[in-house]
Write a protein that binds this ligand. Structure first.
Ligand SMILES: Cc1cc2nc3c(=O)[nH]c(=O)nc-3n(C[C@H](O)[C@H](O)[C@H](O)COP(=O)(O)O)c2cc1C
Length: 155
């Protein structure tokens, strides 16, 4: 059984909408997805070791900063070995800010530094997903599922 974690933070619901679109793509696949709203459900960094694939969603705060709710999680990842995991990062951004979606880049870099393979380009959606963004979110999820299924088939 291939297990994927879909974990996100969302202050005003935009990143959650993206997570919903991604989660839907796992229906009727052989891949099991576990959804976590980090602010509500909590998430221990070391629990990432339990999954084959990791999808993290985040909005950006301040001047290109991680949201407060992700700071401890991000720091705790220092002690977690993600070698052998496939990962990708997504989130809602706002192009009126200079550091567009920077928290997505920060989280992606951290997962990579801990050994995960970042298998897709970071997915940055402007505010809430519009029609063309829905397709981008669905394709992102489908590509991730394909990659993780292919990897499972050869391991
Ligand atoms: C105080 C503040 C600072 C922000 N800073 C950034 C930023 O640096 N870069 C960016 O792309 N978006 C920034 N945003 C925009 C949010 O990331 C954006 O509104 C996003 O859609 C929120 O996602 P959510 O609905 O999932 O919470 C900021 C928003 C606020 C309120």
């Amino acid at each position: 059984m291939v297990e994927v974690l879909l974990a996100f933070v969302s202050m005003s619901g935009n990143t959650e909408e993206i997570a919903d679109l991604i989660e839907d793509q796992f229906d009727d696949t052989s891949v099991t997805v576990t959804r976590k709203d980090i602010d509500m459900d909590g998430l221990e960094a070391e629990s990432l070791e339990d999954y084959d694939g990791i999808l993290i969603g985040t909005y950006t705060w301040g001047d290109g900063d991680l949201p407060f709710e992700l700071e401890d999680f991000h720091d705790d990842l220092d002690d977690v070995d993600l070698t052998g995991k496939d990962a990708a990062v997504f989130g809602s951004c706002d192009s009126s800010y200079a550091e567009y979606g920077k928290a997505i880049d920060i989280m992606s870099e951290k997962l990579k530094a801990q050994g995960a393979a970042i298998v897709l380009d970071n997915l940055k959606i402007e505010l809430d997903p519009q029609d063309e963004d829905v397709t981008r979110c669905e394709t992102f999820a489908q590509d991730f599922i394909k990659k993780i299924q292919t990897k499972a088939a050869y391991s």
